[in-house]
Write a protein that binds this ligand. Structure first.
Ligand code: AFP
Length: 319
């Protein structure tokens, strides 16, 4: 069985990028340990702060963010970080080569019910001779050199791409390593499973309502097949299910707040998941364009997300 360091060393991954990935995944192991302690460590519940999107932060959001920030800023290969939980980018080593954007604890409303959460990360290579500023970070997702997530579920899993397919690793607590358990993951082109928060249905565009209505009609409708529905309320869990057994995940634009292009964040959620999906043979779009082609305008920008089985994404976009 191959462990993460062996897999990285055997690949074309530069040593400096291996260092960033090692720091990131080691910190995720520490976050996983903190999550396992749950209420015993007194770290569940609200921290009483709001993040820059006006959402309440849980204690573990804050703790996970601080752990990743501290570890990555101390890594000589890191030039700067951006976090969903930080208002501004945090410059690190001016000589560092990598930018890393992360959502320290995706699906944080699941913490208090002991359900799935995860850490999502996205890495870009960008050098310069001055301390990094936010504009330096505004790079389209297609330039990512690595992306992945660590899922804190019944087992802790790392799902990673460095641009050469998608590998899944399972954390082995007896050896304190991530072990390769699923190589070159592929997502089937067709599916009969969808994930969307149906409670928002009345706020969607007419086209999105028509598409989902046709899924729900199943064999009695024009799709002529039955669909199943799942919703984890943590994108990391929904995307993991799609990488394991297929499906389509949609967080569409809605008119609850028409000024927002969507709920999910381009740099911390959409881009890394889009890279994983494309590397696994799937697709990832907004209502109008490929996610990885979007030129970011701000680090906390939001987008609509339609990702998963290639033919089903195309079908959705055809509405
Ligand atoms: P939090 O991390 O703030 O809990 O949000 C999680 C998330 O951004 C994404 O992971 C989920 O897919 C989505 O929100 C769930 O949203 P709903 O509240 O509509 O279920």
């Amino acid at each position: 069985m191959q462990n993460l360091p062996d897999v990285l060393a055997a690949s074309a991954t530069p040593k400096t990028l291996q260092d960033v990935l090692t720091v990131t995944t080691d910190t995720c192991i520490a976050i996983s340990d903190a999550l396992k302690q749950g209420s015993l460590a007194g770290i569940l519940g609200m921290a009483g702060n709001e993040n820059v999107q006006g959402e309440e932060q849980k204690k573990l959001d804050v703790i996970s963010n601080d752990m990743l920030k501290e570890a990555l800023v101390a890594c000589p290969s890191v030039r700067a970080i951006a976090s969903e939980e930080e208002d501004y980018i945090v410059p690190a080593n001016t000589q560092g080569e990598y930018f890393i954007a992360f959502d320290p604890l995706d699906g944080s409303s699941n913490i208090d019910i002991n359900a799935m959460v995860g850490t999502i990360f996205s890495i870009y290579r960008q050098t310069g001779d001055k301390p990094a500023v936010e504009e330096d970070f505004l790079i389209p997702g297609k330039e990512q050199v690595a992306a992945g997530y660590v899922l804190y579920g019944p087992s802790t899993m790392l799902v990673l791409t460095t641009g050469d397919g998608v590998n899944m690793f399972t954390y082995d607590p007896t050896k304190n390593v991530f072990t390769l358990t699923n190589q070159n993951v592929q997502v089937g082109k067709d599916t009969q499973e969808f994930a969307i928060n149906m409670s928002n249905q009345r706020f969607w565009s007419t086209n999105m309502q028509n598409y989902v209505n046709d899924l729900v009609k199943g064999k009695e409708g024009i799709r002529d097949k039955n669909f199943n529905m799942r919703w984890v309320a943590a994108m990391v869990g929904d995307v993991h299910r799609i990488l394991c057994r297929g499906g389509i995940f949609i967080y569409p634009w809605d008119n609850k707040d028409p000024s927002k292009a969507g709920k999910l964040r381009l740099m911390y959620e959409a881009n890394p998941m889009a890279m994983l999906l494309e590397q696994a043979g799937g697709k990832a779009h907004t209502h109008t364009q490929r996610i990885l082609d979007i030129q970011p305008e701000a680090i906390h920008q939001r987008v609509a997300v339609i990702l998963g089985a290639a033919n089903e994404v195309d079908k959705c976009l055809s509405y």
